[in-house]
Design a protein around this ligand. Structure first.
Ligand code: NAD
Length: 330
C-alpha cells in the first residue's frame, strides 16, 4: 500500500483518480477548494484548502508520501480559457499552486511527483490545418501556445523539470488531450465540448436545434477518463519522465462529435453555428512517443466513451428539471 496525495481531488480527473487509487489499495489524501460535486470522495483523508497559500501546501504535505499527483488548476473549456476574461486568474492561480506545491514536496522529501500538463502548450502555428495538426512532444518549441492557460502549463513543466535537474525529484509529466467522462463539469461555464453537447442534446426536443460555436469544422480528439487514468498509472510505473501526450488519436470534427451524440441520444437536431471562442483549428494526439516509451497507447473508441457519458449528463439534466418543477410546485 502506498501513501498518496492527490491535489485537485475535488475536480473531474482528481476525483476519478482518487477512486482508482483507493480501489487499488492505496491510502489517499485529497486536497481541493471543494469536495467532488457529483459523488462522495473515496479519499481516506480530505483537506479543504487553497493551494495558493504556502501554509496549506505544507499542511497537505505534512508527512511522508510515496507519490504526489498535482492536478489542481484554475481551468475550464473554451468558454473559460479562450475568451481572455480569465487570463490573469488562470496564470496567477495555477502558477502559485505549482510553485507552492513543488516547494512543499521538496521540503518534505517527496520523491515522485506527477504533473498534469496539457495539449494546450502546443504552438498555434502547427494547428492551423484541421486535417494535419502537429503535436509530437518535440514540436512544443519554438513555443507559441494560443492561450495563457497553455503558457502557464509550459512554465510549470519547466518548473518541475528544474526541480528534477537541480534537486533530483522524480518527476512525471503528461500532456492531457481533452479528457471526458461522467462526473465532470457540464453546466457551470467550465464544461468542455463533449459535456456541452451532451447537455445541449439532452435538453433539446427531438427535431429542435442546438447551438455550436464556430463552423464545427475544427478538429479535436477526446480521451475517455478510464484510459487517462491507465496512462497516468503506466507513466508513473515507468522510468520515463515525459512530457508525453496522453490522448486519443481518433480525430473528429466538432460537427461529427455533435452528430455522434445525437445518434446515441436517438434525436435528430439541427446545428445552428454561432460566433464564439474556439481555440486552434485542429488538434489530435500524437501517440508515437507513448507507444515507444510505455509500449501502450489509448484505444478506447470515442463512441464507447460518449455512450457512457451521455446517460450521466442526461440524468443530471433531468434531475435539475425535476428539482425546478418540485420547487415551483411547492
Ligand atoms: P477540474 O477543474 O475539474 O479540476 C481542477 C481542480 O482544481 C478543481 O476541483 C478545483 O477546485 C481545484 N483547484 C483550483 N484552484 C485551486 C486552489 N487554489 N486550491 C485547491 N484546489 C484548487 O479539472 P480537471 O479536468 O479535473 O483537470 C485536472 C488537471 O488536468 C488540471 O491541471 C488540468 O489543467 C489538467 N488537464 C485537464 C484536461 C481535461 O481535458 N480535463 C486536459 C488537459 C489538462
Amino acid at each position: 500500500m502506498s501513501r498518496i496525495l492527490v491535489t485537485g481531488a475535488g475536480g473531474f480527473i482528481g476525483s476519478h483518480l482518487v477512486k482508482y487509487l483507493v480501489a487499488q489499495g492505496d491510502w489517499v489524501r485529497g486536497v481541493d477548494l471543494k469536495y467532488p460535486e457529483f459523488s462522495e470522495t473515496d479519499a481516506n483523508d480530505f483537506i479543504i484548502g487553497d493551494l495558493r497559500n504556502p501554509p496549506i501546501c505544507r499542511q497537505a504535505v505534512d508527512q511522508h508520501f510515496d507519490e504526489v499527483y498535482q492536478l489542481a488548476a484554475d481551468m475550464g473549456g473554451a468558454g473559460f480559457v479562450f475568451t481572455g476574461d480569465n487570463d490573469a486568474d488562470i496564470m496567477h492561480n495555477s502558477a502559485l499552486i505549482n510553485l507552492n506545491m513543488i516547494e512543499a514536496c521538496y521540503r518534505r522529501n517527496v520523491r515522485k511527483i506527477f504533473y498534469s500538463s496539457s495539449a494546450c502548450i502546443y504552438p498555434e502555428y502547427n494547428q492551423m490545418d484541421p486535417d494535419n495538426p502537429k503535436t509530437s512532444e518535440d514540436s512544443a518549441y519554438p513555443a507559441n501556445p494560443d492561450s495563457e492557460y497553455g503558457w502557464e502549463k509550459l512554465f510549470s513543466e519547466h518548473l518541475y523539470i528544474s526541480f528534477h535537474k537541480n534537486y533530483g525529484l522524480d518527476i512525471r509529466i503528461a500532456r492531457f488531450h481533452n479528457i471526458f467522462g461522467p462526473e465532470g463539469s457540464w453546466n457551470d461555464g467550465r464544461e468542455k465540448a463533449p459535456a456541452a453537447f451532451c447537455r445541449k442534446v439532452a435538453e433539446a426536443e427531438d427535431g429542435g436545434e442546438i447551438e455550436m460555436w464556430g463552423d464545427g469544422k475544427q478538429t479535436r480528439s477526446f480521451l475517455y477518463i478510464d484510459e487517462c487514468l491507465e496512462g497516468v498509472r503506466r507513466l508513473m510505473d515507468s522510468e520515463f519522465m515525459g512530457p508525453v501526450n496522453i490522448g486519443s488519436e481518433e480525430m473528429v470534427t466538432i460537427n461529427q462529435l455533435a452528430e455522434m451524440i445525437m445518434e446515441i441520444a436517438g434525436k435528430k437536431l439541427t446545428i445552428k453555428h454561432v460566433p464564439g471562442p474556439l481555440g486552434v483549428r485542429g488538434r489530435n494526439s500524437d501517440n508515437k512517443l507513448i507507444r515507444e516509451k510505455l509500449g501502450w497507447a489509448p484505444n478506447y473508441s470515442l463512441k464507447k466513451g460518449v455512450e457512457k457519458t451521455y446517460p450521466w449528463i442526461k440524468g443530471q439534466v433531468n434531475q435539475l428539471k425535476d428539482n425546478k418543477t418540485s420547487f415551483s410546485d411547492s
